[in-house]
Ligand binder design. Sequence first.
Ligand code: F6R
Length: 240
Amino acid sequence: MQVIIVENKEQIAQEAFKVLKSLIDKKPDAVLGLATGSSPIGLYENLIKAYNESQLSFKDVKTVNLDEYVGIDENHSQSYQTFMREHLFDHIDIQLKNTFIPNGNAEDLNKECARYESMLESMHVDLQVLGIGSNAHIGFNEPNTPFNSTTHVVNLAQQTREDNARFFDSIDEVPKQAITMGISSILKAKKILLLASSIDKANAIKQMIQGPINEQVPASVLQNHDDVVVIIDKDAASEL
Ligand code: F6R
């Protein structure tokens, strides 16, 4: 794992931007695995800026997202579809038909998971952007998710629902389930870029990098991947 420690969120976003720009420069039809949450927002802002300055085009880029809530409308203000449109897709020249997010309203959720997984297999993700939960989840793979898991439905951990309650009117409105790429789906990406800031992530970061590899710490599995870049601020690095 390559670990880059910077001062603050703005620098995380700049460093992450450089990694994505160099990939898209080399491969204009790259397949990007994307995440939602606060961690990649600055990166997305930099991508939008580069597009506005004609430094980057996304017209041949394809994207696959890690996860989506189950049971909220895709146009709900907190759906990950809405998040991706608001924070990235509506502001760049990507073709919406080239963007893929699990359908959390599918009638048969297990069928949807199988469909998404086989789509991922056919697309070969070049670079997967990840955040990390304070309990070291990646995607919505909570502690004790098997490392060989593929795309599946998860019951969200209470801590994750509490962490995300700030985006909803109350904790009762936070969905109880999500569809997520599994751990083995994530590991198939050729390169992984994990972004984290703040003291809340310090323990998860320490366990991910220095702890034993075990299913209680989902992100520890990244030690097994041969091309992982971790970009964190000083606070997130404070327990290393
Ligand atoms: C989001 C996702 C989650 C987040 C994680 C960190 O698509 O899969 O694993 O990356 O919960 O969230 P933030 O960045 O909001 O701290």
